[in-house]
Design a protein around this ligand. Structure first.
Ligand code: CAA
Length: 285
C-alpha cells in the first residue's frame, strides 16, 4: 500500500518522514523550494541513516537501498506520482492551505493528503481541497526514525477508509498509531506546549539558570532532555508558531508565547538547526 510517497518539505520532519518511508521499502519523492534547501535536507537524511548504521539499526546495504529509493526535486508537480503526499512545511495555516490547494490541482483525485501539522486544524486545511474524505493529519515526532508514535487526526470529513489505510501504512513503518480528534495541539502539544512556555517564563523570571532548569527536569523527572534543550531540538520557531496558533484558538494565557521566545525567533536563534537557540551548537548551522 502507498508504494510511492510524496513529501513536501525536507526540514527536520520532512527528512525524517522521507527516511522512514524509504527504509520501509517505499519510493519517495521529496520536494524542497530551492536546490540549496534540498541539498541540506538530503544531507540530513544521509547523516541520520549513517547514524542508524553506526547504531546497528540497519545494514549498510539497506541504507544504500533506502537512499536509492529517495529522489529529491524542487518541482511540486513531480509529487503527482505519490499515492499519499505528506506535508511538512512551516507551521502556518495560510501557507499550508495554499500548498494543498495547489497539490489538489496536481495530484489524482484518489491520492491521500496527510499533514504533519503539530497543532493546526485538519478540517480547515482539508477545506482548501476537493478531497476532504481523503485528507487527515499524521503527526510524527522528532527524531522520526527513533520516536514510535504517530498521532492520527481525523478531520470532520475524513473517511473511515482513509483512516484504516493510513493506520496500516504507519504500522508498516513500525509506528504506533494514536487516534485523536481535530483539536488544537492534539494530545502531545496540548500538554507539551504550556510546559515548554512555562520553562521559558521561569528563565525570564530568573527562577534559575537554563542549565539548572534543564537539569532539574532531566534528573528530577527522568526526562531524556530538559525543556530548554527540547525547545532547541524541536525548533524555537516551530514552537513559537504552534503557541501562536493555540493562543489564537483558546485565547488562554497558558498558550501565549513569552517575549523571549518571540525575540529569539526574530533574531534567528531557532535552535539546533541554526546553530543557536538557548544553547550554542558549533558547526550545526
Ligand atoms: N535510525 C534508527 N535508530 C536510531 C537512529 C536512526 N537514525 N538514531 C538513533 N537511533 C536509536 C539508537 O540506536 C538508540 O536506540 P537504542 O536505545 O535501542 O540503543 C536510540 O535511538 C537513542 O539514540 P542515541 O543513543 O543516539 O541518542 P540518545 O540516547 O542521546 O537519545 C534522543 C536521543 C532520542 C533524541 C533523546 O534525547 C530523546 O528521546 N529526546 C526527547 C525527544 C522528544 O521529546 N521528541 C519529541 C519532541 S516533540 C515533537 O517532535 C512534536 C512536536 O510537534 C513539537
Amino acid at each position: 500500500m502507498f508504494e510511492t510517497v510524496g513529501v513536501v518539505g525536507c526540514g527536520l520532519m520532512g527528512a525524517g518522514i522521507a527516511e522512514v518511508c524509504a527504509r520501509a521499502g517505499r519510493h519517495v519523492i521529496v520536494r524542497e523550494v530551492s536546490e540549496d534547501l534540498l541539498r541540506r535536507g538530503l544531507e540530513r537524511i544521509d547523516e541520520s541513516m549513517e547514524r542508524g548504521v553506526a547504531r546497528g539499526k540497519l545494514t549498510d546495504a539497506d541504507r544504500k537501498a533506502a537512499r536509492g529509493r529517495i529522489r529529491g526535486t524542487t518541482a511540486l508537480r513531480e509529487l503527482r506520482a505519490g499515492e499519499i503526499v505528506f506535508e511538512a512545511i512551516i507551521e502556518k495555516m495560510d501557507d499550508k492551505k495554499r500548498l494543498f490547494a495547489e497539490l489538489d490541482g496536481i495530484c489524482p483525485a484518489e491520492t491521500v493528503f496527510a499533514s504533519n501539522t503539530s497543532s493546526l486544524s485538519i478540517t480547515e486545511m482539508a477545506s482548501a481541497t476537493k478531497r476532504a474524505e481523503r485528507f487527515l493529519g499524521l503527526h510524527f515526532f522528532n527524531p522520526v526514525p527513533v520516536m514510535k508514535p504517530v498521532e492520527m487526526i481525523r478531520g470532520l470529513r475524513t473517511a473511515e477508509e482513509t483512516l484504516t489505510r493510513c493506520r496500516a501504512f504507519c504500522e508498516a513503518l513500525g509506528k504506533t498509531v494514536i487516534a485523536c480528534k481535530d483539536y488544537p495541539g492534539f494530545i502531545v502539544n496540548l500538554l507539551l506546549v504550556p510546559y515548554l512556555l512555562d520553562a521559558v517564563r521561569a528563565l525570564e523570571l530568573g527562577v534559575a539558570s537554563k542549565e539548572d532548569i534543564d537539569a532539574a527536569v532531566r534528573l528530577g523527572l527522568n526526562h531524556p532532555m530538559g525543556p530548554l534543550t527540547l525547545l532547541d531540538f524541536v525548533g524555537i520557531d516551530t514552537t513559537y508558531y504552534i503557541a501562536e496558533a493555540m493562543y489564537a484558538e483558546f485565547k488562554d494565557a497558558r498558550y501565549a508565547a513569552p517575549p523571549l521566545l518571540r525575540k529569539m525567533v526574530l533574531a534567528g536563534f531557532h535552535g539546533r538547526k541554526t546553530g543557536r537557540g538557548f544553547y550554542e551548537y558549533p558547526g550545526a548551522a
